[in-house]
Write a protein that binds this ligand. Structure first.
Ligand code: 5AD
Ligand code: SF4
Ligand code: FES
Length: 348
């Protein structure tokens, strides 16, 4: 095996120079993906964990420059699911075997802390054997504490980019890398299982930025790391920017698997959007989570963070069956239990 890949496999770390070489050269990919797959089989076997995703509001007060749901996008169709509709998604998901529900939305002030806590409590009362994951952006420490109290188990909030200047080029001036970090550390301290992550190939991103992302993740040590290619949305300021590549996305996924053997690594919808085989390839490069869409089919097209998002048509009513076939065809096994992370925080 190549020395670089071998070192990363053994030590779960490399110098910046070595990482740069690995990230910029495609010549290690075959070995890298093979080593990443071996590592995931050592830690998690052939299991791929399913998380039922409920996109419950497409309203957002923010203006991230890359995202189709940004407040300034007047072409975006907005919707909110009612509490009963959210419960119906959970009912359907439970029937399908899901034991994790991910409530994801834009930063929508309509969903006050009281409303969020009410929804979390209702799901946990009806389905105490399920994990509830929130993904609703930046809120105060007090709010996060209240959701935890109400029963939320996990929280997903990507750091997007670890570099302050790069962060400032992707976001309006009222958002900052430091506030995002504050949120992530608060969530961790409050006892959530935390997911973070970044986009691959976002505008202005350099190799150095990607290395900084890896270093930040080494510091934060999240339980889950979600990455996917940046994909252009036609109604954003970045409409003329090109998207991230499949190759680099898979390479970063494999590096993450070797750096963080126990991390939960989703093979994302964005990966499946830029290549019909993207999610299968993501699993083979170290991914071990997929998030089938449980949102009502009538709203799916409206949750358009980027162009051409998959799983939004009529045929996608049951992502479960589709994904299960894909997981099996890639050589893995779909698992529906809660799939908590398999490590204690002191482990790498
Ligand atoms: N392309 C890819 N990913 C995107 N996200 C937002 N906009 C885009 C885009 N245009 C990602 C961000 C966010 C997550 C919910 O979706 O990383 O955290
Ligand atoms: Fe809103 Fe999230 Fe999109 Fe930013 S990435 S505009 S916070 S939905
Ligand atoms: Fe959603 Fe295939 S996974 S349609």
């Amino acid at each position: 095996m190549d020395k670089l890949v071998e070192k990363l496999r053994k030590e779960h770390d490399l110098s910046d120079d070595e990482l740069r070489e690995l990230i910029e050269s495609g010549s290690y990919d075959a070995e890298l993906f093979k080593a990443a797959d071996e590592m995931r089989r050592e830690t998690y076997g052939d299991a791929v964990y399913l998380r039922g995703l409920i996109e419950f509001t497409s309203y957002c007060r923010n203006n991230c420059l890359y995202c189709g749901l940004r407040a300034a996008n007047k072409n975006a169709e907005r919707y909110r699911l009612t509490e009963d509709e959210i419960m119906e998604c959970c009912d359907e998901g439970y029937e399908l075997g899901y034991r994790t529900f991910v409530l994801q939305g834009g930063e929508d002030p309509y969903f006050t802390d009281d409303k969020i806590c009410g929804i979390v409590r209702r799901i946990k009362e009806k389905y105490p054997d399920c994990a509830v994951t929130l993904s609703i952006g930046e809120r105060s420490r007090e709010s996060y504490a209240r959701y935890k109290e109400a029963g939320a188990d996990r929280y997903l909030l990507r750091h997007e980019t670890a570099n302050a200047e790069h962060y400032a080029r992707l976001h309006p001036t009222n958002m900052s890398r430091n506030e995002r970090r504050r949120c992530l550390y608060d969530l961790r301290e409050l006892g959530y299982q935390v997911g973070s992550g970044f986009m691959v190939g976002s505008p202005y991103q350099t190799t150095e930025n990607l290395i900084e992302d890896l270093r930040f993740l080494q510091e934060l040590r999240p339980d889950m790391i979600g990455i996917g290619p940046y994909i252009t949305h036609k109604d954003t300021p970045f409409k003329d920017e090109k998207g991230g590549s499949l190759e680099l996305s898979l390479r970063m996924l494999a590096i993450l698997r070797l750096m963080f053997p126990y991390a939960l690594l989703p093979s994302t919808t964005a990966l499946g959007t830029i290549d019909p085989n993207g999610r299968e390839l993501g699993l083979k490069a170290g991914g071990n989570v997929v998030m089938p869409n449980l949102s009502p089919v009538r709203v799916r097209k409206k949750y358009a963070i980027y162009d051409n998002k998959i799983c939004t048509g009529e045929e996608s009513a049951q992502c479960r069956g589709c994904l299960e076939r894909r997981i099996e065809s890639a050589g893995y096994r779909a698992v529906t239990d809660r799939g908590d992370v398999k490590r204690v925080r002191s482990q790498k």
